[in-house]
Design a protein around this ligand. Structure first.
Ligand code: PGA
Length: 249
């Protein structure tokens, strides 16, 4: 059975004291669902977060990393550096990285390889823009993003991959895909995986939905059979809201 997962992407929010306060708040929450919980603070606060959450069942993820092991890449962080502070998960391919930092499928394929080579898990994000959906191209866009960045991998690699479908038009906009739109796309993604790797692999990969998930809409979205959780931005910055989403399963 694939896992239900709720991951919080804090993006470039929270300085050290705000991070400490949110971590303390998270530790006060009660989990009543079977979902695995992940939070992704900004890179300077990963060490702190990992120390604070070590004895809890909340895991810590990075929001990005470089593909190289080390070297002359000013401002960047490598997989082995993340591993050395106990961070074993990384979000790759977020639409904000694609849009503002020109991350291409080709670059992302290298980052995925580096993460997996370091035994990290990857939350791999992709999703169409509004113009793609208006033109009826959403499936083609999503299919090419997945194929270009992931289909060089062997089936076994998918044990360490979590997929996150995030329609760009729904991120931070308050506009959510309808549960039906999410389900349709998730089923398409699973079919795409099954065509390449077989049904067993496709059925074992968790596919998260991201884009304006809130306590008020989480249950309906998570109720769909191919939606295995969420990648939560804005609503992950308040512990009570985030856990209301975690407990929506
Ligand atoms: P949002 O962000 O929940 O604020 O829409 C989701 C994301 O970017 O992962």
């Amino acid at each position: 059975m694939r896992k239900n997962i709720v991951a919080g992407n804090w993006k470039m929010n929270n300085d050290l004291s705000q991070t400490e306060a949110l971590l303390a708040d998270l530790l006060k929450q009660t989990k009543t669902s079977n979902a695995e919980v992940i939070v992704a603070p900004t890179s300077v606060n990963l060490y702190k977060a990992n120390e604070a959450l070590k004895s809890s069942d909340i895991s810590v993820s990075a929001q990005n990393m470089h593909f190289a092991e080390k070297g002359a890449y000013t401002g960047e962080v490598s997989a082995s550096m993340l591993k050395s502070i106990g961070v074993e998960i990384v979000i790759l391919g977020h639409s904000e990285r694609r849009e503002y930092f020109n991350e291409t499928d080709e670059l992302l394929a290298k980052k995925v390889d580096a993460a997996l080579a370091n035994n990290m898990s990857v939350i791999f994000c992709f999703g169409e823009e509004l113009a793609d959906r208006k033109a009826g191209n959403e499936e083609a866009v999503v299919e090419s993003q997945i194929k270009n960045a992931l289909f060089h991998l062997e089936a076994l690699a998918f044990k360490n991959i979590i997929l996150a479908y995030e329609p760009v038009w729904a991120i931070g906009t308050g506009e959510t895909a309808t549960p039906e739109q999410a389900q349709d796309m998730h089923a398409f993604i699973r079919k795409t995986l099954a065509n390449k790797y077989g049904a067993e692999v496709a059925d074992s990969v968790s596919i998260l939905y991201g884009g304006s998930v809130k306590p008020a809409n989480a249950q309906e979205i998570f109720g769909k059979p191919d939606v295995d959780g969420g990648l939560i931005g804005g609503a992950s910055l308040k512990a009570a809201d985030f856990f209301a989403i975690v407990n929506a399963f």
